[in-house]
Design a protein around this ligand. Structure first.
Ligand code: TYD
Length: 208
């Protein structure tokens, strides 16, 4: 596989999706082969699973069901889009991937990172991102940002308490410390322009 597989991770309102779009635009302008995608989703079947997972009406969803659905969506996305694109030499910029499951389902939902890693290993056959960017922001500020611009769809996870989002942040931070060679910390409390420049400075030399 010749493309670089990059994932964008972080809590709500960290700005990662906006940054991702800007980075994709700049790479397109440089003539790089880049695919932008997201999880849960990124293929027709996976987007259908996404609708089930994120539907605010599905209040009775069990945590393990949720974890399995994310893993199922990931499997389909990987087989249909990620692996073929990497093989064709595309760089992939993916909004969320396995670390979201480790953090949200493993830690915040308290299933356990090891358990969630196991089902994800089944889903991904061990394919991990080459690089992951962790957009770090205080959840209180992140959630305020979302509330102030609106725009983004309201989903089932937005109903969670502030404590849940603090667990998410702590879990990302722990993962970053555990895998510093793969996961790069980006301070997302900066202005959007600064966050974009920091991301660009890190990523641009790595893109193939
Ligand atoms: P989305 O609207 O894409 O949110 P964001 O803009 O924050 O990325 O919704 C995705 C939600 O799903 C988000 O709250 C994180 C959650 N999620 C998990 O809990 N586990 C996962 O494996 C993935 C991929 C996402």
């Amino acid at each position: 596989m010749s493309g670089l597989f990059v994932t964008f991770e972080g809590g709500e309102g960290a700005g990662k999706t906006t940054v991702l779009r800007e980075i994709k635009k700049r790479l397109d302008e440089k003539g790089k082969k880049v695919v932008m995608t997201r999880e849960p989703g990124g293929s027709i079947i996976a987007e259908k699973i996404r609708e089930i997972i994120l539907d605010p009406a599905h209040t009775e969803m069990d945590s393990r069901t949720e974890a399995l659905l994310y893993a199922a969506a990931r499997r389909q996305h990987l087989v249909e889009r990620i692996v073929p694109s990497l093989t064709e030499g595309y760089n992939i910029l993916c909004d969320r991937f396995i670390d979201s499951s480790l953090v949200y389902q493993g830690v915040a939902r308290k299933i356990g990172i090891e358990e969630v890693f196991k089902i994800n290993l089944f889903a991904t056959d061990g394919l991990m991102p080459h690089k992951t960017l962790f957009f770090d922001i205080d959840p209180e500020i992140g959630l305020k940002r979302i509330a102030s611009h609106g725009g983004r769809e309201y989903n089932r996870l937005d109903r969670e308490t502030l404590d849940f989002h603090y667990l998410v942040r702590q879990a990302y931070s722990d993962l970053q410390k555990k895998h510093p060679e793969r996961i790069q910390l980006i301070d997302a409390s900066e202005t959007l322009d600064n966050v974009i420049e920091a991301t660009w400075a890190y990523l641009e030399p790595l893109i193939r």
